[in-house]
Design a binder for this molecule. Structure first.
Ligand code: AMP
Ligand code: ZN
Length: 468
């Protein structure tokens, strides 16, 4: 039975979906104004493990992700410039050009890291009618008000606003980054914008007509509306990095439940941050680590995935090249060990069962990926047939997604290529020796090849060789 930590209840809970055998899962997608950094991607790797493990244990999962291409301002306090516009100005391009380029770059990185593309991917700019409809209902129900040209959500209408943590006014600063301006239109400090027609920055590129005036949506409304559009009124799991918990997810809950009139999402899955030795990695700081940079430095992206799997998602992780080097060595050793297994024969499923149980036990316990990797090492060390080992490696890799069998086969065939090149070079050397009537040398080469486990035969068609 899978237990996961639920940020909303502060407890590890047994996972029970709303509908038997089916899971609806929503993931906050990237803000596509720049490349994703490897911190963002840590979150997506761990969410991918959750999704794949749910599938592994038999659930039919529908995963939805938005692409934030409008409305995410450079401060979570609803002030500052739209991040997309900032990106467009930085690169002298239009917002849509920036969105297209970085959305593609994001999915390229996802693919390199073996992260499955969510079943539904929806850019915010394609759901404007849904946002408008939701805001209209919130206005009708008295949960929203207009002020200074914008539409705000009225948090004072809720019984409980701080669902994840007990906040006080000072804690409010937690979610507030970068340029903070006081918005005097708000009735309550915690109110947030649903629709902007006026902001300090008037040059917003993308604007839409709406009953509230020409403008654009706030960031939070995106995720609520896109989730409800694709998974209906009840959501099983909502995921994101821990910085999303407040205010983004807090506001999502406020507006979704006010709109629906009932509880919306049961489990909140938050991944702790990847930090560098100097602190949190951040796109807005400009300088950050990307998958391409790791590749330039000679790391296979899957080594980064392996690095992430070795620590728990609820602990923050410090990135270091030393850590990556260790992960690289361990990953290569693992692949080499798998490459040395002989795949002949049938796996013994009875023999495999206790290892599968151990793997499941690790992941059932709040996705303990490092113990799941230990279960993999246990398989390779065990006194069971190679065929059973290979069966288990392929089975575990449905969740771990480290391409273990594929890499092992590549290693095997590259080892083959290397051997063939060596043998061919010896054969050529032997032919030259024979031509020069240096038969002693030719015999020595034949003996050397035999020592390497290679037998050669002179035939009418030339020299042929085989392993003995
Ligand atoms: P963004 O593109 O800024 O909207 O963020 C995309 C995802 O990455 C969100 O789920 C964030 O919570 C998450 N995230 C942001 N910074 C980090 C970090 N340093 N480590 C892990 N996840 C992060
Ligand atoms: Zn979101």
């Amino acid at each position: 039975m899978l237990s996961i930590y639920n940020t909303a209840t502060h407890k590890k809970e047994e996972f029970k979906p709303n509908e038997n055998g089916k899971v609806s899962m929503y993931t906050c997608g990237p803000t596509v104004y720049h490349f994703a950094h490897i911190g963002n991607l840590r979150t997506y790797i761990m969410e991918d493990i959750l999704e794949k493990y749910l599938r592994y244990i038999g659930y039919d999962v529908k995963r939805i992700m938005n692409i934030t291409d409008v409305g995410h301002l450079s401060s979570d306090a609803d002030t500052g410039e739209d991040k997309m516009l900032k990106g467009a100005k930085r690169e002298h391009k239009s917002v849509m050009e920036i969105a297209k380029f970085y959305t593609k770059a994001f999915f390229d990185d996802m693919q390199k890291l073996n992260i499955k593309r969510p079943d539904v991917v929806e850019p915010a700019t394609s759901c404007i009618p849904e946002f408008i409809k939701m805001i209209e209902v919130l206005l009708e129900k008295g949960y929203a008000y207009g002020a200074g040209g914008n539409i705000y959500f009225d948090t004072s209408k809720l019984d409980e606003y701080y669902v994840f943590n007990k906040h006080d006014a000072e804690d409010l600063q937690v979610g507030v980054r970068d340029d903070v301006f006081e918005d005097t239109n708000k009735k309550n400090k915690t109110d947030f914008v649903l629709w902007f027609t006026k902001s300090k920055f008037d040059d917003q590129e993308l604007k839409w007509d709406s009953p509230f005036g020409l403008g654009y949506p706030g960031w939070h409304i995106e995720c609520s509306a896109i989730s409800i559009k694709h998974s209906g009124e009840y959501l099983d799991i909502h995921c994101g990095g821990i910085d999303n918990a407040f205010p983004h997810h807090t506001n999502e809950i406020a507006q979704s439940e006010a709109y629906l009139g009932h509880k919306w999402c049961n489990y909140w899955f938050h991944v702790l941050h990847l930090n560098t030795s100097s602190g949190k990695m951040s796109k807005s700081k400009g300088e950050f680590l990307t998958v391409s940079l790791l590749q330039e430095k000679g790391y296979d992206p899957l080594v980064y995935r392996f690095f992430c799997l070795q620590s728990h998602y609820r602990k923050s992780l410090v990135f270091s090249y030393e850590g990556m080097d260790n992960a690289k060595i361990a990953y290569n050793k693992l692949v080499k060990k798998i490459a040395s297994l002989c795949g002949e024969g049938e796996p013994n499923l009875e023999e495999a069962k206790p290892f599968e149980d151990k793997f499941k036990e690790a992941l059932d316990n709040d996705l303990n990926t490092s113990l799941a990797v230990t279960a993999l090492y246990d398989v390779l060390k065990a006194d069971i047939s190679d065929a059973t080992k290979l069966y288990l490696v392929a089975d575990f890799d449905k969740v771990l997604s480290l391409n273990l069998i594929k890499k092992a086969n590549e290693k095997d065939s590259s080892a083959d290529d290397e051997l063939a090149a060596k043998v061919e070079a010896f054969i050529a050397e032997r032919a030259q020796a024979k031509k020069e009537k240096n038969f002693a040398k030719a015999d020595e080469i034949r003996a050397n090849l035999l020592e390497m486990g290679i037998e050669i035969k002179d035939t009418r068609e030339g020299v042929v060789w085989n392993r003995i």
